[in-house]
Design a protein around this ligand. Structure first.
Ligand code: AKB
Length: 320
């Protein structure tokens, strides 16, 4: 039986990975931590939870010892648009907390999952079918922190034999916990605005293509990779994950198929647009498919139906 610690467990990805891991392994075996404790009471009260800053190495090590943790999902991070406003804070959290987590993993023999991102690429990277192993010269501080993270995880694997694993996530779309401060957040907000107001003002140009993934596939990817047979892994820390790629214009058309009166207009945010323009349009994910069997379940049409059905259901409940 595994004993798992999740940092950033109340965030967009953390809260849904936490639910699935608790379902699979039992709540006592999945310890949650986050720097805040003012959201999602169900998760906080549903098993062990610690309010702790993951940069506090002594506090995290104490949790690892107390609960005999063998696997850490290190999910605390600032996303790209927020990071661009607070570069030093982003470096401190995204890199500082990772290196401290890796040190703890080395000392206590834990495996570590760390998400990288499409943000780890830059304008010099091939934009279409971006290869697994290619040029990485990101221009955002978020991207720089993600490349550093990929390299640090490789380093701890090769030098200290820490079982580090990770994927390059596309923008994650979910209907439970909202994202915060990302460039790809528009692809979540658009659904809420479509259901509530039948219109949306998009901060990216209509022709901006980006890779995206639906949350159930993102959760399976992280857990499947951590459960994969290590002897099959040639790469470890930065598997490209492709699932769907679309532009705001195209996503609006998918939404219009379900909500015919939906309209979109554009008020481009230069910071987010510059970040999006430096990222791939769509990645190639052969290594993930071959090395550990990655295969997404949702395409954009299925995701759109599910998002709108779920948000509508929630709104009806709120009205009752
Ligand atoms: C962001 O937009 O910053 C994130 C990401 C793609 O890493 N969603």
């Amino acid at each position: 039986m595994k004993n798992i610690l999740i940092t950033g467990s109340l965030g967009q990805l953390g809260s849904e990975i936490a639910l699935e891991l608790r379902r699979r392994y039992g709540e006592e075996h999945v310890v949650l931590s986050d720097v805040r404790d003012d959201v999602n009471c169900a998760l906080i009260n549903g098993g062990p939870f610690y309010k702790v800053d993951c940069r506090d190495a002594a506090a995290v090590a104490e949790i690892v010892r107390t609960h005999r943790i063998d696997t850490i999902y290190h999910l605390a991070a600032l996303l790209s648009a927020t990071a661009e406003r607070k570069p030093l804070a982003a470096w401190d959290l995204n890199v500082g907390s990772l290196i401290s987590t890796l040190e703890i993993a080395r000392e206590y023999g834990c495996a570590v999952f760390t998400p990288s991102s499409i943000g780890a690429f830059g304008p010099a990277t091939p934009k279409v079918f971006t290869p697994q192993d290619t040029i990485q010269r990101p221009t955002s501080i978020y991207g720089i922190s993600k490349v550093t993270g990929e390299l640090l995880c490789d380093y701890y694997y090769h030098k200290y034999d820490v079982d580090t694993r990770g994927v390059r996530f596309p923008g994650i779309i979910s209907n439970m916990t909202p994202p915060g401060g990302g460039t790809t957040d528009y692809a979540v907000e658009i659904y809420y605005e479509a259901v509530d107001h039948q219109r949306y003002t998009c901060p990216l140009r209509g022709d901006t293509y980006l890779d995206m993934i639906y949350m159930p596939d993102a959760v399976s990817a992280a857990i499947d990779l951590m459960e994969a047979d290590p002897s099959c892994l040639r790469h470890r820390n930065a598997f490209n994950l492709a699932s769907m790629s679309f532009s705001p214009e195209e996503l609006a058309a998918y939404i219009r198929a379900v909500i015919p009166g939906f309209t979109i207009d554009y008020q481009v945010d230069p910071v987010r647009q510059a970040i999006a323009d430096s990222w791939p349009d769509c990645m190639e994910d052969y290594a993930a498919r071959v090395e550990w069997g990655w295969k997404p379940r949702y395409d954009v049409a299925e995701m759109t139906e599910d998002m709108i059905r779920t948000i509508r259901g929630r709104r009806e409940k709120e009205r009752r």
